[in-house]
Design a binder for this molecule. Structure first.
Ligand code: AMP
Length: 292
């Protein structure tokens, strides 16, 4: 475990420290976050430490990825506790830039994600969201220049966007999508879960359950994709959710093939205030039928 957690707030000092580490032959892994850390984030830190000599975590609530009616101002900011958690987990450095450090006077997205990624799923009801994500991640990767960057598969479409980004910018950075960390009842951990009322929290694992039901259907041989999606959406809508989407796609987020054996099942829905997302991969093979 690191003895101390370095805290750096500006890009120039960060770059100098990273250069020192590179000069010493050390590999750097990077975990970008918006803070309010939970076990889902901390397992990305564990993975980062396993993949490199140094682990850098950034905390930055990025204005360009929030829509005008979203929770940018209210997004939970818990820096002191986050630092304690990172220190206990052995991260080496926490990077805490300000908005003007990263954007100067121009708080806008200058990277535009191609249509095949921005015409579906979370992009449809969050216009500009992935342009904002790609823009900030490009700025952070440029500052850190890590060997490896770790993202959570909970935000599966985001991982696809980042994979596109590193190809587009021709960066030699390995992108790893890490498994979803869940509560005991299956709810994917999220900073937004704390917006749930006690009654809503009891309902919240249903999102994961409907994905499991779809996986059961696929494993049983069903290929009526739209019926499976509609059945799941109906269950959610009947139990107090407002469904944004439930979709079965392939792992590249293209439409699934009837003969396909590798499916992504993805959903987003509001339960009261928070909009929650989740996904499940369902791989069907002759020998093993599994999901993750
Ligand atoms: P956020 O702070 O919500 O922007 O998340 C920062 C990173 O943590 C992103 O790569 C997320 O996908 C990842 N993450 C958030 N929640 C989870 C989770 N429950 N399991 C795995 N990764 C997660």
């Amino acid at each position: 475990m690191s003895e101390s957690l370095l805290q750096i707030n500006d890009v120039a000092s960060l770059q100098a420290r990273c250069q020192q580490w590179r000069d010493a032959g050390e590999r750097i892994a990077f975990v970008p976050t918006m803070g309010n850390l939970h076990e889902g984030h901390l397992q990305l830190v564990d993975l980062a430490k396993a993949k490199a000599d140094r682990c850098i975590v950034s905390i930055f609530v990025n204005p360009t990825q929030f829509g005008p009616d979203e929770d940018f101002d209210k997004y939970p900011r818990t820096l002191e506790k986050d630092c304690e958690l990172l220190k206990a987990r052995g991260a080496d450095l926490i990077f805490l830039p300000t908005v003007s450090d990263l954007y100067g006077d121009n708080i806008s997205s200058d990277i535009h994600v191609p249509e095949e990624l921005s015409n579906k799923l979370c992009a449809e009801n969050r216009p500009g969201h992935f342009d904002g994500v790609a823009t900030i991640v490009a700025k952070l990767l440029e500052a850190v220049k890590p060997n490896v960057a770790i993202f959570g598969n909970k935000d599966y479409q985001q991982v696809q966007v980042i994979q596109w980004l590193v190809k587009h910018l021709e960066l030699k950075i390995k992108i790893i999508g890490a498994p979803i960390v869940r509560e005991d009842d299956g709810l994917a951990m999220s900073s937004r879960n704390q917006y749930l009322t006690r009654a809503e929290r009891q309902q919240a694992s249903r999102l994961h359950q409907v994905l499991e039901c779809i996986a059961d259907g696929l494993i049983a041989g069903r290929r009526d994709f739209s019926d499976l999606e509609a059945e799941a959406a109906k269950v959610l809508n009947k139990t107090g959710w407002q469904v944004d989407y439930v979709q079965i796609l392939d792992p590249n987020l293209a439409p699934p093939r009837e003969k396909g054996r590798d499916f992504m099942i993805l959903a987003a829905a509001n339960l009261g205030v928070p909009r929650l997302i989740d996904n499940l991969r369902c791989i069907i093979s002759a020998k093993s039928k599994n999901r993750k």
